[in-house]
Ligand binder design. Structure first.
Ligand SMILES: [Zn+2]
Length: 641
């Protein structure tokens, strides 16, 4: 397969259960994600570039090129990676729309990056030049290989949407430098932050160059043996405590664990290494079952931006870095392509709507970094002209001191249609629902063309309209989300119930045929496993793929949320885009010691309807859009009087 026919897939395994469709085959023409792609294109990309210019992160490349490096370099050692992630986002955007502004930005940024590359392919603005620490002298914290991994991912986006250009040539020299320096005869070291592995593996696929995939495997197998120095947080922080093949669960820094697992799936698939694939599946299963928030968010510890123990999922201390959401989607998509198991697509949907969509503000110029499920005190408004020093401020910020999340959101949104649909030997599968067009080729050269019409997730009706005749039968497969019990499928005038999983229709389709999937969008209560003790006795409300929340804006007198209780017995009332539930704000006396000997909940609940009110529940992804607010997803259930 040549790159020119792949149409721009972020991930393109050489084989697997499913074949992804890329930007040339799938378009999003509007709706929930179309609107976000448009804001990303018209606001976020330029926003990111202007901040990096302003903070000197771009000029760092100029200083290397001009030989003027020295003390006082602005930015963290990983700031180069933000430039590369922006280049990746711009590449998907240019590939998606042909936008000349995106194209010009790619050329502008590539020229500055290229000038900073050393003759042997090394490229970094923090190490290895005048007045700086030597190359690879701080692999634990230096992020040199991490940065290069993002350069390679940017080059993959460019290769698959445009072809070989200066960015790809820079990346190729950098990848060759890495193989030369860290290959079988080189330094037997690894980077503290995984990312080079996933970059090398995909770059190897994109160029058909096995050496890069082999280097990714080498890095993977070196990790877990105490290759890095021990640190106060322990080697689990960078997954150097246990070899990935032996690990049972994700632990340590969430983004690191997930980028590493994404690479492990790539290597496993390319090498037919089933042991490695099973290891990642096993870690996904336990981590999703015991270490993942209802939003799909991952990471419950602030001190190391990391996973907690099993069941350690406090809503107010949820870290759930936006980047961990991006990385979780990277892992799940790879596992899905390898196995065809829709549980991975279910988690992708959950994470898209409740982590990725939550991060950017409507204008695309401010972002959540951490995504807690409970904000006790409204955050303080941020200055759109200032860098936020805090990742967990409870408000979206224009930019952060550590600003990994905005560019990660940007690259994910720009290439989002690369995660929507696949083909296999039998036909076409649609996994995520957005209005758009799909034009794909089945084995044997048969062309299939369908248009998707939907207001999802505002409505649950998904119409798939066949846009062209196809010779002979093929199978259309639609994912039925795990939450969608009672969904129906209508085809040729007949309606049948379809269970969560997938719904298939095999026949000879004609242009104009319409298949309708109806997903139940009534709001529903969701209960936590009792072992998640931080939310024991609470209930959440979901509607379709969206987790809902209560915000202090919607309480009488903008009261605090601390005492809020909900009575699930009357059920929920559907509202456009949300729900209403029966709630109470029981008065709690101030106590000098907050542990009375008598159960404190009972006397506060009044009889009858006194004090009860209808509380609005709105999509979590939209919280704090009306200004800083208190918020909670998990709602304590009222105790009967
Ligand atoms: Zn981040």
């Amino acid at each position: 397969m040549t790159e020119g026919t792949t149409g721009g897939c972020p991930v393109l395994p050489s084989h697997g259960r499913m074949r992804p469709l890329g930007l040339a085959q799938v378009s999003i023409t509007g709706g929930f994600w179309g609107a976000r792609q448009a804001v990303n294109a018209t606001a976020t990309l330029a926003h990111c570039e202007s901040w990096m210019e302003r903070l000197g992160w771009l000029a760092n490349f100029d200083r290397v090129a001009d030989g003027t490096t020295g003390p006082g370099r602005p930015g963290w050692p990983f700031s180069d990676s933000e430039v590369y992630k922006l280049l990746e986002a711009l590449s998907w955007e240019a590939g998606r729309t042909g936008d000349p502004d995106a194209e010009a930005a790619i050329e502008r940024l590539t020229a500055r990056v290229a000038r900073a590359q050393d003759p042997d392919g090394y490229i970094n603005t923090c190490f290895g030049h005048g007045g700086q620490q030597p190359r690879y002298s701080d692999l634990e914290d230096g992020h040199e290989l991490y940065n290069l991994g993002h350069l390679l991912q940017a080059a993959v986006a460019r290769l698959r949407t445009s072809g070989e250009d200066d960015l790809v040539r820079v990346a190729r020299r950098a990848a060759d430098h890495v193989c030369h320096t860290f290959g079988p005869d080189g330094l037997t070291k690894i980077c503290g932050h995984p990312e080079i592995e996933v970059g090398l593996a995909e770059f190897g696929r994109a160029l058909g160059d096995e050496r890069y995939i082999e280097q990714a495997r080498l890095f993977l197998d070196r990790r877990g043996h105490g290759t890095l120095k021990d640190i106060p947080l322990g080697r689990a922080y960078f997954q150097d405590d246990i070899p990935i093949r032996q690990a049972e669960v994700w632990r340590g820094h969430a983004v690191r664990a997930l980028y590493l697992s994404a690479a492990a799936v790539d290597v496993a698939v390319e090498r037919g290494d089933d042991e490695l694939l099973r290891a990642v599946e096993r870690q996904w299963e336990r981590s999703v079952a015991r270490r993942t928030y209802i939003t799909g968010g991952m990471g419950s510890r602030h001190q190391d931006e990391g996973f907690g123990e099993d069941w350690e999922l406090p809503p107010d201390r949820a870290y759930c870095e936006t980047c961990a959401g991006v990385a979780s989607i990277m892992v799940s998509w790879r596992l899905f392509l390898a196995t065809g198991d829709v549980r991975y697509s279910d988690l992708i949907e959950r994470t898209l709507y409740n982590v990725i969509a939550a991060s950017p503000s409507p204008d695309g110029r401010a972002f959540f970094y951490a995504n807690p499920l409970h904000q006790r005190t409204p955050g303080r408004p941020t200055d759109p002209d200032e860098v936020s020093p805090r990742a967990e401020a409870g408000v979206r910020a224009a930019w952060f001191d550590v600003s990994c999340c905005p560019t990660n959101v940007a690259r994910t949104l720009a290439g989002l249609q690369g995660y929507l649909a696949t083909t296999d030997d039998d036909g076409l599968q649609i996994h995520q629902y957005a209005p758009g067009e799909i034009r794909a080729e089945l084995p044997g050269g048969r062309q299939v063309a369908v248009d998707v019409e939907t207001g999802y997730p505002e409505t649950g009706t998904v119409r798939v309209r066949v846009a062209a005749d196809t010779t002979g039968p093929w199978t259309l497969t639609l994912r039925v989300p795990a939450w969608a019990a009672g969904a129906t499928l209508t085809d040729e005038g007949r309606t049948r119930e379809v269970a969560p999983g997938t719904a298939e229709i095999t026949r000879t389709f004609r242009a104009g045929d319409v298949i309708v999937l109806d997903l139940p969008m009534e709001p529903r209560f969701t209960w936590p496993d009792p072992r998640i003790d931080a939310v024991r006795g609470c209930v959440a409300v979901e509607r379709g793929p969206e987790v809902l929340c209560v915000e202090s804006h919607d309480l009488p007198g903008a009261a605090g949320l601390d005492a809020l209780v909900i009575d699930p017995s009357p059920g929920l009332r559907a509202e456009p885009g949300g729900a209403r539930g029966r709630a109470l704000l029981p008065a709690q006396p101030d106590r000098s010691w907050p542990y009375p000997v008598r159960h404190p909940a009972h006397p506060a609940a009044p009889a009858g309807d006194a004090g009860w009110f209808d509380v609005p529940l709105r999509p979590y992804h939209s919280w704090a859009r009306r200004g800083p607010s208190g918020m909670r997803v998990w709602l304590p259930v009222s105790t009967p009087r």
